[in-house]
Design a protein around this ligand. Structure first.
Ligand code: IMP
Length: 193
């Protein structure tokens, strides 16, 4: 089955290819010749659906898209849907992490979670997969692997941050890894023509 993954991110494309395996031919947006798709919704689910629907409408293809955010309880759920650009347009991962650490200074409640939503449009039907991983925001950065907020996120039940774990360990527990495995389980059960 060929299916479009509505992303320009090569790293995510490879990750999904390795999770879904060779039965699924995954094409990303550059391979489809599709430009950047706007993400203007105010929820993760809305953004994921916006991207998948764009591909389904323009190209008439089966497609899925994901959106992820870090929600911090003491910050009323911020950065949430704005996780990628929390410190402003064009900011770096490090700018975002430093902004979060500053806002969390002196705050005792460190609870946070990563949430990933995948929207799938298959033969015109919409399906959603949502996974959250709970943890806490550390007062300082630990580890050099991964990306984004990994150095300050300590998942519940572990003593390594996402940035201290090797990629395979992080994928086995992370929001995106688990959401992609839910997608795989769904596709495996889906009747083939
Ligand atoms: P996206 O929807 O996967 O592009 O994620 C939006 C933003 O959330 C990214 O730019 C990162 O800042 C953050 N993020 C997403 N996934 C992760 C993760 O696994 N670790 C750390 N930060 C992440």
């Amino acid at each position: 089955m060929e299916i479009i993954f509505a992303t320009h991110n090569l790293h995510k494309t490879e990750e999904v290819r390795s999770i879904l395996g060779p039965d699924y031919r995954i094409k990303n947006l550059p391979e489809l010749g599709c430009p950047d798709i706007p993400e203007t919704a105010d929820t993760l689910k809305g953004n994921a659906l916006q991207k998948a629907q764009y591909v389904a409408d323009r190209y008439g293809r089966n497609c899925f898209a994901d959106d992820t955010g870090l929600e911090i309880e003491a910050l009323d759920g911020r950065p949430g849907v704005y996780s990628a650009r929390y410190a402003g347009e064009g900011c770096s991962y490090q700018d975002n992490v430093l902004k979060v650490l500053k806002e969390m200074e002196g705050i005792a409640n460190r609870k946070a979670c990563f949430k990933t939503v995948i929207a799938l449009i298959l033969n015109g039907q919409r399906y959603f997969f949502e996974v959250r991983v709970d943890g806490i925001i550390l007062p300082e950065q630990r580890g050099v692997d991964g990306f984004g907020y990994d150095p300050v996120f300590l998942p519940d039940g572990y003593n390594q941050t996402f940035a201290e774990m090797d990629g395979a360990t992080k994928n086995s527990i992370s929001h995106r890894g688990r959401a992609m495995r839910q997608l795989k389980d769904f596709l495996l059960e889906y009747p083939r023509p």
